[in-house]
Design a protein around this ligand. Sequence first.
Ligand SMILES: [Zn+2]
Length: 98
Amino acid sequence: MFSVTRFGNPVIIMGSYRYNRNNRYLSGPKVFWTCSPKFAVSRFGNPVILIGRYRFNKNNRSRGPSAMWFCSKSSLGCRASIKTIDNVIIKESNEHNH
Ligand SMILES: [Zn+2]
């Protein structure tokens, strides 16, 4: 289902997932849609970011406004990570090996 955010940006909503149009690839007819991240709390009370079917755990060593988040499968060698400042994603490496 196509929709528009309150900021006027196009989104696709599929079930409980929401996809934002990726403005980095605006040339040509091809459009990328990236699943928008959801900030949540795990059942253990730890902060997590959910992107599609992937889950990122906050690195407990990060202090201050900036934080690193690593894929929940990082112990299995997945190197996907996210960097946030004030809970805004500024860098995303969303390449998983699973
Ligand atoms: Zn992963």
